[in-house]
Design a binder for this molecule. Structure first.
Ligand code: ZN
Length: 198
C-alpha cells in the first residue's frame, strides 16, 4: 500500500524516532509499504518519520542510481550493493569516517529542492534486519551518503540543517512557501477530522 509522504513543515519530521523493541508483523508491513511508497516516488530512501511514524526504521534502494560510485561490505563481506536492495534498517547506529565529501542531495519531503551537503565519505553501520538479526555495514560513496541522510531523519534532522547558510538563505522563500502549504494542509486535515467526529 502506498502511503502519503509528509512534507516540510509537518512537526513529525522533527521528532526523534523511538527505538523498535519488537520487530513484529506491523513493523514488517510498514517496511513493505514504505518500500512501495519510495519506489513509486522514485526515491532512494525513506524514513518512518516521512510517513508519519516516529520510530527507528528506514528503507533504501540505490539500485537505479548508476552514476554515483559506492562500495559496500555486509557482515564483513564485500557485496554488490544492488544485490541487497531494497535495504531495510531497524534501529541503525552510524559511526562516521573522518574524511568528508560534498555531494548533491534531494529529499522526498522537499519537492524540487536540492542542495550540496558535506557528509562522511565512509561509515560503519550497526542495525537489525526485519528478522531481528544484527547486521553490520561498511560503505562508502553514495550509499554512505543515503544512509546518513535517512538516519538523520530518524533523529529529526533534515538535510536543510546541513546546508551552508548561504544555500539556506537562497532557498528561504521556497522553504517558507512549502512550510505554509504544509501547515495549511494540516489545518484542513484537523478540520476534516473534527467534522467527521461530530
Ligand atoms: Zn529525506
Amino acid at each position: 500500500m502506498r502511503l502519503s509522504i509528509l512534507q516540510y513543515g509537518d512537526p513529525i519530521l522533527r521528532a526523534k524516532g523511538a527505538r523498535i523493541e519488537q520487530i513484529d508483523d506491523r513493523v514488517r508491513e510498514l517496511a513493505a509499504n514504505m518500500t512501495e511508497t519510495m519506489h513509486a516516488a522514485n526515491g532512494v530512501g525513506l524514513a518512518a518519520q516521512q510517513v508519519g511514524e516516529s520510530i527507528q526504521l528506514t528503507v533504501l534502494d540505490i539500485s537505479q542510481v548508476e552514476d554515483r560510485p559506492t562500495t559496500m561490505r555486509l557482515n564483513r563481506e564485500e557485496v554488490d550493493p544492488v544485490s541487497v536492495m531494497p535495504l531495510v534498517l531497524v534501529n541503525p547506529e552510524v559511526d562516521l569516517g573522518r574524511e568528508a565529501e560534498s555531494g548533491t542531495e534531494g529529499c522526498l519531503s522537499f519537492p524540487e529542492i536540492t542542495g550540496e551537503i558535506d557528509r562522511a565519505k565512509s561509515i560503519h553501520v550497526r542495525a537489525q534486519n526485519l528478522e531481528g538479526e544484527p547486521i553490520e555495514i561498511e560503505t562508502t560513496g553514495f550509499l554512505a551518503r543515503a544512509i546518513q541522510h535517512e538516519v538523520d531523519h530518524l533523529n529529526g534532522i533534515l538535510f536543510i540543517d546541513r546546508m551552508s547558510s548561504a544555500a539556506k538563505t537562497s532557498l528561504s522563500s521556497k522553504l517558507k512557501r512549502l512550510q505554509k502549504e504544509t501547515q495549511r494542509g494540516l489545518k484542513h486535515r484537523q478540520h476534516a477530522v473534527a467534522e467527521t467526529t461530530l
